[in-house]
Design a protein around this ligand. Structure first.
Ligand code: FEO
Ligand code: CA
Ligand code: CA
Ligand code: CA
Length: 605
């Protein structure tokens, strides 16, 4: 371990040993405490969680499922009180509901309307006040005036930008094309410089239903439907959930335009529970992984957002105006600006191509009648501009100096011959990370340079083709970078999501520090690891860098049949772990973990 702590290492912690077991682990000298679990009451009038007697009414006042993005909006100058903003990406019915196994794909036959309502209430987001005690420990303030759930069951939202009110946004329940109920598959996100919370809608396609299937059960798209081409490019309808059997708004046979109302970035003001969340269509429609913001050196708001799909693209949004102290004016920056898509050239240049109606092929001849069409069909517009097909762009994190880090999680469908300079490995099972330096250190620049920071995977296996700093240990290398964060000292941290593939590495998902500067560039160390079958989301550092929030998603599920010692079904009755309660009557619960240094102080400094 001594070498990892040696000269030039800016991360002052002894790295954790890799492994995979029933609980979580943190590097020595730190506390990793469970702060919020699925079902925990988050309002004063919420009932205590009763896993055997769940109701939608209770779930609407309790912490949701599969916590992903975590943000924090301080409520006092010391940052010891604030609003935790958490996305609830999706649900695992087989671990949520006693007695329910994962049904075949023909409609989750065990999913009654009562269960569908509960899982809809478990999606979305949570805003909840938390406070740090004199002992340094954080706890939930149950009677916090801002505490609330945001869900696809009953939270009304509105639209801004070029697609707001567009004909293709009009539905039977909304002839204005200006409103929608709820948000779905909120993966990563971001906090704006003015303290609002951005929720990214990722795999929205999976929630839409059709009864139009052939004899083999394969989905048939009606070619006479004007949305047919768009459906195909976006994978609509996915039929992953039974919602469309109980709610017409998730059935494209009844509401063909409804998918156009999802796949956006949603802005929530955590300090105004009466304000409707806004879907900002100027940021484009795709499987938004996240929406991390920065203020460019010229004062403009810049947001990086990846489209998490094999061979899809990296995007960046630049506002027309500059960030000020005026919250309402700042929110308009999210509707007045330009969305760009990245082309990574072999000479190390990245060009940001504007997705603007009338630019090159983005015209009526190609089906784009106006800017609303360009935003609704962002992917198809980006196809025409010649953007670079990437290995699944997950989170992207800008740093104030004009640098951004792009997580490319993996893409085993890239075939030999289909490689490009920025995605150089065929059968890319472990992913890589790209570093962008925008021209002049200005995030609003339309060009910059790029480099590959690391190629992930085991450096001891030559055919993997990994690339790390040579002192990266067997503990420190990782696969499938997903979320990331920059701490107050400008240092990069990465969390992983190997999905069902972790059997290939034997490693649990976890949090790693990754050096970007100096002689240790490319050096990675393991700081935290998940219980078996969980993936790690968050991470989020408070402004003083003394608290780190992590989100452990779906413990006990992913890939747990694949490794000796964990040959379990991911069911309520027999999960691979019962983290964090370890109560035989309680399934594993997705939970937010709060990390602090023992005795206080900044993390890893
Ligand atoms: Fe929801 Fe791309 O991870
Ligand atoms: Ca993700
Ligand atoms: Ca992030
Ligand atoms: Ca993920």
């Amino acid at each position: 371990q001594a070498s990892a702590m040696g000269h030039g290492d800016r991360f002052k912690f002894e790295e954790l040993a890799w492994g995979n077991d029933a609980t979580h682990h943190i590097a020595d000298g730190y506390n990793a405490d469970v702060l919020l679990r699925w079902g925990d009451p988050i309002t004063a009038d919420a009932p205590e969680f009763d896993v055997m007697n769940q109701t939608a009414e209770a779930q609407l006042k309790q912490f949701g499922y599969n916590n992903d993005y975590v943000g924090f909006a301080p409520l006092n100058a010391e940052g010891t009180r604030g609003l935790l903003c958490v996305n609830h990406e999706y649900t695992n019915e087989e671990v949520m509901f006693p007695g329910l196994g994962r049904q075949d794909r023909d409609g989750f036959k065990g999913m009654t309307k009562e269960l569908v309502d509960i899982e809809m209430a478990a999606h979305g987001g949570t805003v909840v006040e938390i406070a740090q005690g004199a002992d340094g420990k954080w706890s939930v303030v149950r009677d916090g005036q801002y505490n609330r759930r945001i869900t696809p069951l009953n939270t009304e939202m509105t639209f801004s930008g070029p697609a707001a009110g567009h004909d293709r946004m009009k539905t039977n329940d909304d002839p204005t094309g200006m409103s929608v109920i709820g948000t779905i598959n909120n993966c990563a996100g971001g906090m704006t410089p003015w303290g609002t919370y951005l929720m990214a809608e990722e795999n929205f396609h999976g929630y839409f239903w059709t009864d139009n299937v052939d004899a083999e059960g394969k989905i048939v798209i009606d070619e006479t439907n004007p949305e047919a081409a768009s459906y195909k490019r976006y994978g609509v309808p996915g039929r992953w959930y039974a919602w469309g059997q109980h709610y017409d708004r998730f059935n494209i046979d009844k509401e063909p335009n409804m998918p156009n109302k999802y796949g956006w970035i949603v802005e929530v003001d955590p300090t105004d529970p009466t304000a409707k969340p806004v879907k900002h269509t100027a940021l484009g429609r795709f499987r938004h992984e996240g929406a991390e913001t920065t203020v460019a050196s010229d004062g403009k708001l810049v947001i990086y957002s990846g489209d998490d799909n094999r061979f899809d693209y990296q995007y960046k949004y630049v506002s027309d105006g500059v960030v000020t102290d005026d919250k309402a004016a700042n929110s308009r920056l999210l509707s007045e600006g330009t969305l760009y898509v990245a082309r990574f050239d072999a000479d190390g240049t990245v060009e940001w191509l504007p997705l603007v109606h009338g630019n090159g092929p983005l015209n009526a001849l190609n089906g784009f009648n106006d800017q609303g069409d360009v935003m609704i069909d962002t992917r198809m517009a980006a196809d025409l501009l010649g953007a670079t097909p990437m290995d699944r762009p997950e989170d992207a994190q800008p740093r104030g100096d004009g640098t951004a880090y792009i997580m490319l999680t993996n893409n085993t469908r890239r075939k030999p011959g289909d490689e490009n300079a920025a995605n150089p490995r065929a059968d890319n099972a472990f992913g890589h990370i790209i570093e962008i330096k925008e021209e002049g250190g200005n995030h609003s620049a339309t060009r910059g340079t790029w480099d590959i920071l690391v190629k992930c995977g085991d450096p001891a296996v030559a055919e993997v083709g990994a690339q790390w700093h040579p002192e990266t240990s067997e503990n420190g290398w990782f696969g499938s970078p997903d979320n990331c964060a920059i701490d107050a000292d400008g240092r990069l941290w990465i969390s992983t999501d190997q999905g069902g593939n972790w059997g290939k590495t034997g490693k649990s998902d976890g949090l790693y520090s990754l050096e970007t500067e100096g002689e240790k560039r490319g050096h990675s160390k393991l700081f935290f690891r998940c219980p078996v079958g969980g993936e790690l989301c968050g991470p989020y550092f408070t402004d003083n860098a003394e608290t780190l929030f992590l989100a452990v998603q779906h413990p006990g599920t992913d890939g747990t049949r694949d490794l000796v010692g964990f040959e379990r079904d991911s069911t309520f009755e027999d999960p691979a772990t019962r983290w964090p309660d370890f109560d035989p009557a309680m399934p594993p619960r997705p939970s937010v973990v709060v990390v602090t240094k023992q005795g206080g102080g900044k993390i890893a400094v």
